[in-house]
Design a protein around this ligand. Structure first.
Ligand code: ADP
Ligand code: MG
Length: 682
């Protein structure tokens, strides 16, 4: 190696150190070349420059293949001596030979951290020699050793120095005198003496370190992983927990949000579209279910045709439920015609008060009554004692249409044929009335609905609260949806076919309806559909608009969003990630050291990190896969016990995605943490 006017200046924040002030050296012979000088004179700086670890001014020519034995031990402390050496060369013969030379054969299987300092130094030497360098750079090789070991080591170096050029930096004058073939003396960045003691032959170039293959790199990764089983398991555990928590947080966030949005839509009746008589000359205003309705005298042409509503439902797949109250049945078409001619402007009142012979028609909504209640016997008493406020037990009856079966259920199933699904508040009311203790208990039981209405036989309506009939319906399911404005019951038999209509309407094609409400699928364009329906029902004297009631109920039960749980899971995630980062950070020093060794011996750091962490990621993924199944079940059981829909849905691609993300994060974290800033760049 030739050094031509090497200069090095360290620029510190507040001062500049001229560490090397022009070094010219021709180092072309074998033997031990000692660079001697007091501490701080620039020896380590010079060695680092020779090893290509520092920037400098000047020129270096003819660099042989070398190995650099830094002052500190740079070995894989957790690996055995053998594995440390195998990572340089898999030439077992040479390995055994050097182990023998350095008297280390017995220690081969021992972990490096269990060796004495002298033994460690020797392992470093064996490793350096295994790849047959032309030059060995040694920074204070005996500094960590006692006198005996130092002498032993120097003896061994001496033996080697016939074959290899050894540049040895020390401040130990005695030792240099004893072993050196050439002594170069330095003082404050300059060479002040150069003395040849023994003439030696010209040095050779040595064998270049080859880049390691992927297979060799993978082998090293494997050795690193198994060298610290507990460490590897610990990291694996943390990665698995992180992946699992990410998966849980994501899953819960998505599901809880969807559940909350859905529930809130119903709770606030955002998805309800109602018909309101057009503001003509209003007779009186009444607040019905929080909606100010201006009652006018309706005419026959103000009523909806059954077929029109069926058509509207067909045209709008967003419509999931239809409710109508005050329906009129006409047995014969000519009756309709009669009505129109006779009393066109007073159709509503004609039905009410003129004593005409019309069949029954339902008056607004039915209400839930005790299932053991005997009609017509003690109704007065029942109403006065138990149900003075009939609003509280009134239910809105919706027909589920367009095949809608997505109501989230707390218990039971969606109804088939004659079954019904209760909204949560309807179920709660029934619980009170019939003494059930759980939603599950109601499933399969019957419940009683009192139909209120006008009857052609001249029933006298006492404040509109007389039941004209009581029908029993079977409870198929209880849904978690409810709202603040009405208690809902869902029939699943298609519009106009539910038992309420069965009672009142024999032939739905001869049905006219006064008030209609549409329930839309949560998330659809409520305003848009309302406008379209309004246009569609243009001829009828109503406005179709999105419901905007205020609610009549005093006590509004707020929707209990389980969002808090997502926050807890999120906090847990942060904690786990912090522990993982801290854990990686704790191993940082060791990682940096090991990275340097790998760099020296031709391993690609990135490749090794990738192989190792991809393996870890796959393991973590498999582990989290195994754990996530029972874990998801646990979380969902918890959700079910608290009457929520499942929080967790098993989603393999998402789990894989998080595992990949985790792997990439760990690789980047490792790279970032072990990234050493170059000592001094110009
Ligand atoms: P030696 O190895 O002979 O003890 P060094 O090469 O370590 O000497 O240091 C030579 C001079 O350069 C000293 O004055 C030291 O303080 C300074 N020095 C070494 N490394 C740095 C650095 N990274 N930044 C600034 N000054 C440094
Ligand atoms: Mg030094």
């Amino acid at each position: 190696m030739k050094l031509i006017h090497i200069q090095k200046t360290y620029h510190n924040r507040n001062n500049t150190v001229h560490a090397l002030k022009g070094i010219d050296l021709d180092l072309s012979t074998n033997g031990i070349i000692v660079i001697l000088g007091p501490s701080g004179c620039g020896k380590t700086t010079l060695l680092n420059i020779m090893a290509g670890r520092l920037s400098y001014e000047g020129r270096i020519e003819d660099v042989p293949s070398f190995d650099y034995l830094t002052q500190e031990f740079n070995l894989f402390e957790n690996m055995s001596v053998k594995d440390n050496l195998l990572l340089v060369s898999d030439n077992r013969e040479k390995l055994d030979f050097y182990l023998d030379v350095f008297d280390m054969s017995d220690q081969m299987e021992k972990k490096v951290k269990k060796l004495s300092n002298g033994q460690k130094k020797r392992v470093q030497f064996i490793r350096a020699l295994l790849h047959q360098p032309g030059l060995l750079l040694c920074d204070e090789p005996t500094a960590a050793l006692d006198r005996d070991n130092a002498v032993k080591l120097m003896d061994e170096l001496k033996k080697l120095s016939d074959e290899v050029q050894i540049i040895l930096v020390t401040h130990d004058i005695l030792l240099s005198r004893q072993y050196a073939d050439r002594i170069i003396t330095m003082e404050q960045g300059v060479i002040v003496g150069d003395e040849i003691i023994h003439e030696k032959g010209r040095c050779h170039h040595g064998t270049e370190i080859e880049h390691k293959t992927v297979k060799e790199t993978a082998l090293l990764s494997y050795r690193r992983l198994v060298s610290t089983v507990t460490g590897t398991l610990m990291q694996l555990m943390l990665m698995m927990l992180a992946v699992l928590t990410m998966f849980t947080v994501f899953n819960m966030y998505a599901n809880v949000r969807a559940q909350s949005d859905y529930a809130d839509t119903f709770k606030q009746a955002k998805n309800l579209i109602v018909s309101v008589p057009k503001n003509r000359e209003a007779n009186h205003t009444e607040t019905y279910s929080g909606y100010a309705v201006k009652y006018t005298d309706l005419t026959y042409s103000d009523l909806f045709d059954y077929s029109q509503i069926v058509q509207a439902v067909q045209d709008h797949p967003e419509i999931i439920g239809v409710e109508s109250f005050n329906s009129y049945q006409y047995q014969q078409d000519y009756e309709l015609e009669d009505l129109r001619f006779e009393d066109d402007s007073q159709a509503y009142q004609t039905f009410d008060f003129h004593g005409r012979q019309f069949p029954d028609f339902p008056l607004e909504s039915p209400f839930i009554i005790r299932s053991d209640f005997e009609p017509y016997e003690d109704w007065d008493e029942y109403v006065s004692k138990e149900y003075r406020n009939y609003y509280s037990s009134m239910v809105s009856v919706f027909d589920l249409v367009n095949g809608y079966e997505d109501l989230p259920l707390l218990a039971g199933t969606m109804p088939e044929d004659d079954g019904i699904v209760l909204s949560r508040n309807a179920a709660d009311m029934l619980m009170e009335i019939d003494g059930y203790t759980s939603y599950e208990e109601m499933i399969g039981k019957t419940m009683s609905l009192a139909l209120r209405g006008y009857r052609n036989s001249g029933y006298y309506l006492l404040e509109g609260q007389w039941p004209i009939s009581i029908i029993d319906v079977r409870i198929a399911g209880v849904s978690s949806v409810e709202n603040d404005f009405m208690t809902m019951v869902f029939f699943n038999s298609g519009f106009g076919n539910n038992p309420v209509y069965d009672y009142f309407v024999k032939d739905p094609t001869h049905m006219k309806l006064q008030y209609v409400r549409f329930l839309l699928k949560p998330g659809s364009d409520y305003e848009g559909v309302a406008e379209e329906l309004d246009a569609y029902f243009d001829k009828i004297n109503v406005d179709i608009s999105v419901f905007s009631g205020q609610g009549l109920r005093e006590e509004v039960r707020p929707y209990q969003s389980p969002a808090g749980l997502v926050v807890y899971a999120g906090i847990l995630l942060v904690v786990i990630v912090c522990v993982l980062v801290l854990y990686l950070f704790a191993g940082r020093k060791r990682m940096i050291k090991e990275k340097q060794i790998m760099e020296i011996y031709g391993y690609s750091i990135m490749q090794e990190s990738m192989i190792r962490n991809v393996a870890m990621t796959i393991l973590a993924f498999i582990l989290s896969l195994i754990v996530s199944i029972p874990f998801s079940k646990l979380v969902n059981d918890f959700a079910a016990a608290h009457y929520y829909q499942p929080f967790m849905t098993f989603n393999l691609p998402v789990l894989m995605l998080f595992a990949c993300g985790m792997g990439i994060a760990v690789i980047l974290l490792e790279a970032g943490m072990t990234h050493r800033r170059q000592h001094d760049h110009h």
